[in-house]
Design a protein around this ligand. Sequence first.
Ligand code: ZN
Length: 155
Amino acid sequence: MAGQEKCSFCSGSETINHLFFDCSMASYVWSLVAIVLGSPLRPTSMDQFWVWINNCLLNEKQFHMMGLAAILWALWRARNNACFEKKLTRSLTENVFSVCSSIVYWAGLQKGDDQKQLGRWCVGAQRGDATLSSKERNGKRCLHNPSSLTQDGGI
Ligand SMILES: [Zn+2]
């Protein structure tokens, strides 16, 4: 049986990059994460992600892989629910809550201060606000515009 070639959420072709970055489903999640981290850009590919996250959270490398895993896992689950269970995500925000629930669950594996930081970001993500993160980071917001990130990544 041939795999499905069409995206489960839109009329695009289902490629890895489409599912995890280009699809409106994915770009909504990335845009919200970018707002919480105080970035005017969102990544549009895996290569861009590593450049972007190093600019946003240079001193918090311990969160990079876990954050990426939580986002991709939420998108993959939403895709599988739509594809195999015929259950469409009720709202785009549902995926953000799914990301947060993985992060809160996995935060138990982190040290005390790191656990608290993850909790604060999740509160910010669920409210969709950037105020919390910029206050938390003493106004040092991620406003770098590395040349390898194009304006296509804008939100
Ligand atoms: Zn799509």
